[in-house]
Design a binder for this molecule. Structure first.
Ligand code: G6P
Length: 366
């Protein structure tokens, strides 16, 4: 009811603003790498695996894609991420030393549960779920579980569940790295410090809301949008596009910026806003040349740039500066600004933000 909403207009907005708190809750009591965070016997399981297979749907799938970048880079284990509804019906090559990770807010998504059973039926017994509901079927079905502390999520478009999944997946990355002998004490301490600082950093991103509202008023008049990201931020571009289409009904697509010239550039005109995630990382110079390709075709760029990335506003280039450069955890900050962009674009279009047409919070049938 209205009372639960407090000062917010929709549950989605409330849930976006709860993120500093629920991320803090998720980290409560975490003092370092602790395999038992993932359940009894987790250490033995992590010792016994040599690869990871992530199974999920929707926003949870994009959390898995982000984790692939982390785990391969930090823990040096190969990771496959599969859409549950595809995996369950295709012939794949099982490997007994696989850690099967399902990611699910609800723990009841029919396709993800069926994909898990499919993996088990092929002899993969090492199962872990990253899940927001401790009493769910998914938690019962998996050997190991990590329960995110997002609290009840009401808005159909997932927000706080996603960022707490990412926190859980980063902790999993650190744990796998340590078990694999890939994490020094210094690295562990540095990652922990960065995690602990997240609530403050996310709050600083939320403070960008007025600037994002100004962009959303322009977006609301468009019928298409393109989202670009590279590396770790490609999955975040996908999630930003998904949020926008789910609740504003603006057609949105995401591309890794390097693929621009292999297709989507043909769509770029003055009518096409191009949202660009531009963290100050190794790929920034390449991203800048992708941005020039867009500008040369008259495309309007909406850039979320890191504080130190030296991208300036100019004709057709709108820049919002992110408060901090955040290294490996940067996706957690960038997604929050994209959530706000989608929310305010939908608000400006007058759609039913918490209950978008044709969509359900939890898809428990195929
Ligand atoms: C539905 C929801 C999405 C969610 C997806 C997977 O499509 O609308 O927000 O990401 O299901 O749900 P799960 O509960 O498994 O994370």
């Amino acid at each position: 009811g209205a009372a639960e909403l407090g000062p917010y207009r929709h549950f989605m907005q409330k849930e976006i603003f709860e993120q500093p708190r629920v991320i803090g809750d998720t980290l409560d009591g975490v003092t370092g790498v602790m395999p038992e965070l993932f359940g009894d016997g987790a250490y033995q399981v992590f010792k016994d695996i040599d690869r990871v297979l992530v199974l999920a749907c929707g926003t949870s799938y994009y959390a898995g894609l982000t984790a692939k970048y982390w785990i391969e880079s930090i823990a040096k284990l190969p990771v496959n991420v599969e859409i549950a509804s595809e995996y369950r019906y295709r012939d794949s090559v099982p490997h007994p030393k696989t850690l099967v990770v399902t990611i699910s807010q609800s723990g009841e998504t029919a396709d993800t549960l069926a994909a898990l059973k499919h993996a088990r039926a092929q002899g993969m017994e090492h199962t872990l779920t990253i899940c927001n509901v401790s009493t769910s079927a998914m938690v019962r079905e998996c050997k190991l579980a990590y329960i995110t502390r997002a609290g009840v999520e009401v808005g159909v478009a997932s927000t706080k569940a996603f960022t707490t999944q990412l926190v859980g997946l980063f902790l999993l990355t650190m744990t796998l790295a340590q078990v694999n002998g890939r994490l020094s004490e210094e690295e562990e301490a540095a990652h922990l410090k960065a995690l602990r600082h997240l609530p403050a950093s996310v709050s600083a991103v939320l403070a960008l809301e007025p600037q994002i509202i100004a962009w959303a008023d322009e977006f609301a008049r468009k019928e298409n949008a393109l989202f670009l990201g590279r590396g770790l931020h490609y999955p975040i571009a996908l999630e930003g596009a998904l949020k926008l289409k789910e609740i504003s009904y603006i057609h949105a697509e995401a591309y890794p910026a390097g693929e621009l010239k292999h297709g989507p550039l043909a769509l770029v005109t003055e009518e096409m806003p191009v949202v660009t995630i531009a963290p100050n990382d190794a790929l920034l110079e390449k991203l800048k040349s992708n941005m020039q390709e867009v500008r040369a075709r008259g495309g309007q760029l909406f850039v979320f740039a890191d504080v130190d990335s030296r991208i300036q506003s100019s004709d057709g280039v709108h820049v919002i500066r992110m408060p901090e450069h955040y290294g490996q955890l940067s996706p957690i900050l960038h997604v929050v600004s994209l959530q706000l962009l989608a929310y305010h674009s939908a608000l400006a279009r007058g759609t039913d933000v918490d209950k978008p047409r044709n969509l359900a919070k939890s898809v428990t049938v195929e």
